[in-house]
Design a protein around this ligand. Structure first.
Ligand code: WT7
Length: 661
């Protein structure tokens, strides 16, 4: 994983190939012909995919794409749609109301299944409840929930009203939650008392209380935009209550009207904002809109997961706090009328076979998971999954980071009984839906390579000048044509959107931030991020965000953070910290390490907690003062330190290397 030279070398020598089983090919949703159709008439192809959805007002053939103001695309823009109607009512009206939409499994083993009819009824009530609290078209609602049915219900209820959700992962801190609430001016927060994580209740409502009590950027308290906090009862943990502001979900929902007619909204209406880490400290609010987003989420889910909605049981293990949870837990599967499993907890609770027990219990046929989880299971050993009946599985998916060939082969052999195809899907929060993947039943698979752009998508691997590189050359991944589920911007910051993604190679070429290589067959191998973004267990973290958190601690004078390769998590957070002289006089430096690890976890969230903190006296900087993280990564990964000639002081790295060893 990552960009270490070893891993590139391994990838180049990977020669195993896997053809799909003949029965799979025979019944496959995807066919090779999709590539031809998309190539012959790209916009016509996307229009055809869009027409699989229900449009309250159909879009015109000449309004499929408006790219007159790049990078701000408009897709299907004279059409009108209701995203929630497409995920719910449409199936019920077509006589599929009795099909199970969600099999929810709580971490402690409680469970609940909802049919499409039941889920539709719940969302209608929730929409009435939210409307009664003043939520209307365009309003922002923050959702801070565990993975319980109400998370899906809340997202769909917001969408149904033409409002905009901002889901904040329950593992994020009060500070992170508040920053997201403020950036989007959310008027409502939907949370729970708590949810189950690793065998115990992890509180959520207390973090909302803390978030709303924090001072704003000018130091004032009570200035936030939140009018109400709606609380789902889940953890049964003790919580404080602010009368007039806080409301129990179950009490309010009991008294609302059950009928709700979905209204039509313009195709380009904002659907959600999802924050992701960038190269600077401030998270970016990635904005997605309705018609194009749903089109690509549904199309990719149907074709890349070979969905047969009458018989398949699909399970994506992602939380709704991430983009995978938006596109491949909520919108894609439900738009396609799939039956899916959602699981509240962690893979190892209460025992390390928990995931496989769930696969056996619900006879899961399609599993979509992250390489970090696969590598963890590999370490624990095959005897754990082998205790369960996994014979229902017929297709496996991978997402979030490059999957190393060994993990890929283990996944197929041990989980997929040596026969299931694997789709390694490359995409990003910004792309909204999958962009590069094999087509199951069509593509001959190569472990470790995400392979080919999906039909309708155009990508390239280019050098620093934007020129396509030759076979087996490394370069930067770009997307060369607009796509329906592309981000429409960064909330409140159009300039940053342009600067980050659309300025490096011109205004119509999307710079993804990933290194890539295209082999002689034209297959793409992802080589990790080329910017200061880390990928820890498939989650994006910004080096700058963790550095500013460290520097905010009174003990710290300076800090530099790098992502170092890690066998299990892909990359791990490693920090190099200079402690202030004043602190060193008062206390021992070593005591600072656990305190600083906790500080970062409290400020950003446990996923950002550094694996290692090294106390140093200087940081390697160029003459212009830029920290050379590349050199620190060499140290953190135990490698020979690379070229130091551009350092202002070339002896710094020797000092650091001896401190660390
Ligand atoms: C970054 C996007 C896409 C949902 C989860 C992460 C890396 C993602 C793959 C893959 C190699 C991958 C990239 C990308 N990434 N999938 N199959 N192979 N790398 O979404 O948090 O927006 O992160 O994840 O580096 O840029 P995200």
């Amino acid at each position: 994983m990552g960009t270490s030279p070893d891993s590139i070398d391994n990838l180049l020598h990977e020669s195993r190939r896997f053809s799909p089983p003949p029965e799979f090919v025979e019944n496959a949703v995807a066919t090779a012909e999709l590539y031809e159709r998309a190539a012959a008439d790209r916009l016509g192809f996307w229009a055809e995919q869009a027409r699989e959805l229900h449009w309250h007002t159909p879009f015109s053939d000449d309004r499929v794409l408006d790219w007159s103001n790049p990078p701000f695309a408009r897709w299907f823009d004279d059409g009108e749609i209701n995203v929630a109607y497409n995920c719910l009512d449409r199936h019920v009206e077509a006589g599929r109301g009795d099909r199970v939409a969600l099999h929810w499994e709580g971490e402690p083993g409680d469970s609940r299944s909802l049919t499409y009819a039941e889920l539709t009824a719940e969302v209608k009530k929730a929409a009435n409840l939210l409307a009664g609290l003043g939520v209307g078209q365009g309003d922002r609602v923050a959702i801070y929930l565990p993975l319980i049915p109400e998370a899906v219900i809340a997202m769909l209820a917001v969408a149904r009203l033409g409002a905009v959700h901002s889901v904040v992962f329950g593992g994020f801190s009060a500070e992170s939650l508040r920053a997201r609430i403020d950036d989007a001016d959310a008027k409502l927060v939907i949370t729970a008392d708590g949810g189950y994580r690793k065998g115990k209740v992890s509180p959520l409502k207390p973090a909302v209380d803390a978030a709303l009590a924090l001072p704003d950027a000018d130091g004032a308290t009570g200035t936030h935009t939140v009018e109400r906090v709606l609380v789902v009862k889940r953890g049964e943990n003790e919580i404080d209550w602010t009368p007039g502001r806080d409301l129990w979900w179950h009490e309010e929902i009991a008294t609302v009207d059950a009928e709700h007619i979905a209204q039509a909204f313009p195709a380009e209406s904002p659907l959600f904002i999802l924050y992701t880490s960038g190269t600077t400290g401030k998270p970016k609010g990635i904005l997605h809109t309705s018609g194009g987003y749903l089109t690509q989420a549904a199309y990719t889910h149907r074709t890349l997961f070979d969905l047969h909605p009458e018989t398949d049981v699909y399970w994506s293990t992602a939380d709704v706090g991430w983009i995978t949870g938006h596109s491949y837990v909520v919108y894609g599967p439900l738009a396609n009328g799939a039956t899916e499993v959602i699981y509240e907890g962690t893979p190892e609770s209460p025992h390390p076979g928990r995931w496989w027990e769930i696969v056996e219990k619900y006879k899961v046929t399609i599993l979509y998971a992250a390489p970090t989880a696969i590598r963890t299971f590999m370490k624990l050993g095959r005897q754990i999954p082998q205790r369960f009946d996994l014979s229902s599985l017929r297709l496996l998916g991978s997402v979030g980071e490059p999957i190393n060939p060994e993990a890929w082969v283990w996944y197929r052999d041990v989980i997929g009984d040596g026969i299931t195809p694997i789709v390694d899907t490359w995409w990003q929060t910004e792309t909204g839906a999958i962009m590069i993947s094999a087509l199951p039943g069509v593509t001959i698979l190569k472990p470790g390579s995400a392979q080919v752009p999906v039909p309708g998508i155009s990508v390239d691997v280019v050098d620093e000048q934007g020129v396509s590189v030759g076979a087996d050359q490394g370069g930067l991944l770009v997307v060369t044509e607009p796509w329906p589920s592309m981000a429409r911007g960064i909330w409140g910051d159009p300039d940053r959107f342009i600067d980050t993604y659309w300025s490096r190679f011109g205004p119509t070429v999307y710079f993804a931030g990933d290194g890539a290589r295209r082999d002689k067959d034209g297959d793409i191998w992802l080589l990790g991020r080329v910017d200061d973004v880390m990928n820890v267990s498939g989650h994006r973290l910004s080096t700058a965000e963790i550095e500013s958190s460290l520097v905010a601690n009174p003990m710290v004078a300076e800090a530099a953070v790098v992502g170092a390769s890690d066998e299990t998590t892909g990359q791990a957070v490693v920090a190099f910290v200079i402690i202030k002289q004043s602190h060193l006089e008062a206390a021992s430096a070593e005591d600072a390490i656990p305190q600083l690890r906790k500080h970062v976890a409290d400020q950003i969230g446990p996923i950002a907690r550094p694996r290692d903190i090294y106390l140093v006296t200087e940081l390697p900087k160029t003459r212009s003062g830029k920290i050379m993280r590349r050199l620190l990564r060499d140290v953190a990964e135990g490698r020979e330190v690379g070229d130091t000639t551009t350092l202002a002081d070339t002896t710094v790295m020797q000092v650091i290397a001896t401190t660390v060893r």
